[in-house]
Design a protein. Sequence first.
Length: 379
Amino acid sequence: MLNQPAPETIAAHSVHAIDEQTGAIAPPLHMATSYARDKDYLLKVPQSYLRYGNATVTHAERVLAALDGGPDAAVFSSGMSAVVTLLDTVPHGAHVVAPSVMYYGTRDWLQRLERLGRVKLTLFDQADPSALALAVRPGVTNLVWIETPANPTWDLIDIRSAADTAHSAGAVLAVDGTCSSPAVTRPLEHGADYVFHSVTKYLNGHSDVLGGALIPRVDDERWQEVHTLRNMTGCILAPFDCWLLIRGIRTLFVRLRAASASAMQIAHHFENHPQLQRVLYPGLKSHPGHHIAQRQMDGFGAMMSICVRGGLLETGRVVRALRVFLPATSLGGVESLAEHRIIVEGPTSSVPDNLIRLSIGIEAVADLIADLEQALAQA
Ligand SMILES: *Cc1c(COP(=O)(O)O)cnc(C)c1O
């Protein structure tokens, strides 16, 4: 008897390797927006109309649910539409807790909800282990949002202890797992109630799909409300994008393994570089979150940041001199990207002037190291 297949196998086979109707070993693509009833006026499939889903959408959701170990999943037309939908389930005027350093889109949306009087918001320092316990208000806090590792300092937060803190206050814990993906961190196994992914990043992995996903720990009333909101607003991921996502996930584990190994090599190579003030990577012993990373991650992922000795000017020169790293936003694709974060986030950002965020891809690591060396030498 085979045990439950490992996540690598689930990903490579897209849950089920063979299409039951045809025997095809690659998943079919269903584009239909509407489904016919039979002579008894019954539907053959649970969804009759694409705003509620279709076979390809459901297939993508089954893969995502299996990878994170949840009973269900819902895909969205962007990461942000998944975030907005989950936040829509927070009762009017309720209290939300979120990190001060986090994906700026989510933080900006939370601050907007606060300005509109829709929620009360407390931001806390994820790098301080006691800060979350002080931020929650027992009986008042409805939702705790964390991001681990957090963009772009890669601070770690202990998911298990954050879940205990949230639950003892009567709140649910949602984890933004975008920057590590289920190949590296599976937050539901550590007590989280919801995992969120921007599937635009590692899960699709080829920089050609915009999408989001939510995976719950339990299928309860709040989860059904998430489905209802998505079905009503139609912020569902389109079938072709779901098909590309399923295809991308088939190589998730090998992509991340290669990229993480390169990230580790790059981090070690540049850790004591004279032109760098710091290298921020959870795999380095010098990283403040290293021990938490060892506990809750499989490997350390492929996101890192380097802080250049100097300010805005010197850092700008380094990013402009890169040739193999592409000067673009986003992360988690097969190509390595470098981004001068402060320029992108603008004046409200708390990111230091001299920080360059690196998303390590699957190119030859020697090319990436040589590229960074020549860019630093020129600056
Ligand atoms: C990209 C990203 C998001 C937003 O997702 P979109 O797909 O761009 O809407 C949220 N959180 C993190 C950590 C991200 O990197």
